[in-house]
Unconditional design. Structure first.
Length: 381
């Protein structure tokens, strides 16, 4: 009796994992730790008696966050969908609690303290809204092109955005930007988005001339008007001091910079140089060459986001990546624009580079979700 033909075993599909994105995250995080030490060592030694105080705190949080990132990256991102409304409600509750019981920093309630843990709820809002948008829009499908559905999403996302803007205009702008980009990608009709973008740019352009009117109708606060005045002429008010010192740092760096650790502006001239203004220290120590390489690394990261989003298994995965891409891209653009005085000072950190435990934690969680989407991409053969 002839042997029956053996059935071919089905090969398990190979799954993709974006190691290029992972390496870029590691590079930016390590580079950030180096620059935090360089920028903060003088101030930390003078005020705290430990030159490595800030970098040690950031390093511990970054290491722990990286572990969470790797764990999340190996999970199926669809599992996160069940926490959509829980995350939305939790972030909204945290923002309300911050307005009522928040810890003041520089005159504004931006921090929430629970026991010994202190964090910025705005970072929780950003990641929660990214997940919310990805899940809700993917479930709507083609119905997202209906005006009433777009309006509903804007209302749902607008509530936490308004709560953020009350004490943190920069984070409010970033949150609105994330919603704008995700809806722009998801919706078929594009012209309303171009119109809104044009109106926003126009408002910024005329803000120095109508600033007092905006304060009168409570669209701006007096300190925000001072920042606009300092943007037009940094020497006009004391508010422009930080901007001027940052520009001095950038100008003195030249093409190749003074050398790592050789910044003069960090010696008490630039306030808290390890935070929002760290890009100016990078320009001073590494010059235009180093700053350009850093921006190119961020551009490479954005490129990897685009590759993953275009090859994602479904709409939810694609929009999840688009939301994270919008967050990183907008924040980098705003930080560089503020430091170079291209736009008014809004107090935006540079992702993975600036000092801030809450920021690096939630950025790593977002990277974990993006890597999770990449890990669900099936490769042929």
């Amino acid at each position: 009796m002839a042997n029956a033909p053996k059935k071919k075993k089905k090969k398990k599909p190979h799954r993709f994992y974006d190691y290029s994105l992972l390496l870029s995250v590691v590079f930016l995080t390590v580079f950030g730790l180096i620059m935090i030490y360089s920028a903060s060592s003088y101030r930390a030694q003078l005020m705290l008696g430990d030159a490595a105080y800030f970098v040690k705190r950031q390093g511990m949080i970054a290491a722990g966050s990286a572990v969470f990132m790797l764990i999340i990256s190996k999970m199926d991102y669809h599992w996160f969908a069940r926490f959509t409304w829980l995350g939305y409600g939790l972030s909204l509750g945290c923002m309300i609690a911050t307005l009522l019981f928040g810890v003041k920093s520089h005159g504004k309630k931006r921090w929430l303290q629970i026991g010994s843990i202190q964090f910025q709820p705005t970072e929780l809002v950003k990641i929660s809204l990214i997940l919310f948008l990805a899940v809700v829009i993917s479930r709507m499908g083609l119905k997202i092109n209906e005006f009433r559905n777009v309006r509903a999403i804007i209302i749902w996302c607008g509530v936490p955005a308004l709560l953020i803007t009350e004490n943190n205009l920069s984070s409010g702008i970033i949150t609105c930007g994330i919603v704008f980009v995700v809806l722009f990608v998801a919706c078929k009709i594009k012209w309303p988005f171009f119109a809104c973008a044009g109106a926003g740019i126009g408002l910024i352009a005329v803000s120095p001339y109508i600033g007092k009117a905006l304060v009168a109708v409570r669209l701006l606060k007096p300190y925000q008007l001072d920042r606009i005045t300092a943007w037009v002429d940094p020497t006009a008010t004391d508010t422009g001091y930080q901007t001027l010192q940052g520009l001095y740092a950038i100008g003195s760096g030249g093409f190749f910079g003074r050398g790592l650790g050789q910044s003069l502006q960090k010696l008490g001239f630039v306030p808290e140089p390890q935070n929002d203004m760290i890009f100016s220290i990078i320009c001073e120590e590494l010059g235009l060459f180093g700053a350009t390489l850093l921006i190119l690394m961020f551009m490479f990261m954005i490129y990897r986001f685009m590759v993953i989003a275009s090859n994602a298994p479904d709409l939810m995965g694609s929009l999840l990546v688009v939301g994270v891409m919008a967050h990183i891209g907008i924040q980098v653009i705003l930080n560089v624009a503020v430091v170079t005085n291209t736009i008014p000072n809004t107090g935006v950190t540079l992702p993975f580079i600036s000092y801030g435990g809450t920021s690096v934690l939630f950025l790593m969680l977002e990277m974990g979700m993006v890597l999770s989407v990449s890990n669900q991409i099936k490769l042929e053969g």
